[in-house]
Ligand binder design. Structure first.
Ligand code: ATP
Ligand code: MG
Length: 325
């Protein structure tokens, strides 16, 4: 089956958006109203987690974003560099600190956050000569819905989509937007345009219906193919994932059985692994296996991208871990 995604040799996978550190409460409870044990900083931000997994799997990859001139920034750039990601388009802001997210889980699995993104370096970058030179040699652009609420990321993504597509590159979109979240009209339109232009869509749960604008899984899948999407992989957490293509093919990938320590980042690792395997020439089925392993492995380790695996680590995980049936 010919891949609908541009091959790795066309140029790197590029992800644009927020780069953060995450600081995690080690106990479960209600938020941050009293002093408590915390652990971190961990490198984070959905686009950064995604690109970390791409790099670790040996895909050519680069990140566009910004960090402050501080240790929180260095935690991120050092990690991505180690993962093999090109960090030369991560700007270093001398005036603003690196973005951060404090997170504490509640008993019911929901989370309380204290964010500093909009008023941090994470939101202060944009189109530059340096970024343009990268985009002109980019093979694939991956867009995280969460980045669309960051104006600087929007500016880069808007220009990058056309340039990458014009040179034969491909586009993937992870909606990464909760169903309840209301976007302003302009962002909603931009989101719809990106979805329609996506070669690969990577929704999770209800995001599928939200992206399609219709109710029901089958209806949503049909609508998305009608408007131009070429391949869809639906993420279902511990219930696994499903691949759909325009020709009516469907592959169900059962989840690996693991003990979940920290669910953050599963979807981003899953997506980064799936995309990278496809761009490296693997079949949907084989790519799904690596993606499922990447998502499952990541939830066994505390920290948003601490469990992202190399090819070797994922092979070891796959051969030693049972799957649901
Ligand atoms: P996130 O919560 O990071 O936004 P997401 O909602 O986009 O993630 P999920 O469906 O939670 O994505 O996870 C992606 C994939 O990772 C799943 O389809 C599954 O293959 C794997 N995965 C996630 N959680 C688990 C788990 N608890 N056990 C096994 N596999 C898991
Ligand atoms: Mg999830």
């Amino acid at each position: 089956m010919a891949s609908i995604l541009a091959p790795d040799r066309l140029g790197p996978t590029v992800c644009v958006g927020e780069i953060l550190v995450e600081i995690v409460a080690t106990t479960v409870g209600d938020g941050f109203k009293e002093a408590q044990p915390l652990v971190g900083p961990y490198p984070s931000g959905a686009p950064a987690i995604f690109i970390s997994q791409c790099g670790r799997l040996g895909g050519s990859s680069a990140m566009v974003g910004a960090v402050g001139d501080d240790d929180f920034g260095r935690v991120n750039t050092d990690r991505l560099k180690r993962d093999g990601v090109d960090v030369s388009t991560i700007a270093i802001d001398s005036d603003y600190p690196t973005g951060s997210a404090f997170v504490r889980y509640r008993k019911d699995g929901s989370r309380d956050f204290v964010y500093n993104i909009a008023t941090s370096a994470a939101a202060r970058f944009g189109w530059s000569d340096n970024v343009r030179r990268l985009i002109e040699r980019t093979g694939h652009l991956h867009v995280m819905g969460s980045a669309l609420s960051v104006p600087s990321a929007r500016e880069v993504i808007d220009q990058a989509v056309d340039i990458v597509k014009a040179r034969g590159g491909s586009l993937s979109v992870d909606p990464n937007i909760r169903k309840e979240l209301k976007l302003d009209a302009a962002t909603e339109r931009r989101f719809a345009t990106l979805v329609a232009a996506a070669d690969l869509l990577l929704p999770s749960g209800e995001e599928l219906e939200r992206a399609a604008g219709v109710e029901g899984e089958a209806n949503a899948i049909r609508r998305l193919f009608e408007i131009g999407v070429k391949e869809i992989v639906l993420k279902r957490g511990a219930d696994g994932a499903t691949y759909f293509d325009k020709d009516g093919n469907r592959i169900d990938a059962p989840a690996f059985i693991v003990e979940e320590v920290d669910p953050t980042g599963a979807g981003d690792c899953f997506g980064g692994a799936y995309l990278t395997c496809r761009r490296l020439g693997m079949s949907p089925e084989e790519s799904l296996t690596y993606a499922s392993a990447a998502g499952a492995r990541n939830v066994t380790v505390r920290g948003p991208m601490e469990g992202a695996g190399t090819r070797q680590e994922l092979d070891a995980f796959i051969s030693s871990t049972e799957r649901r049936s």
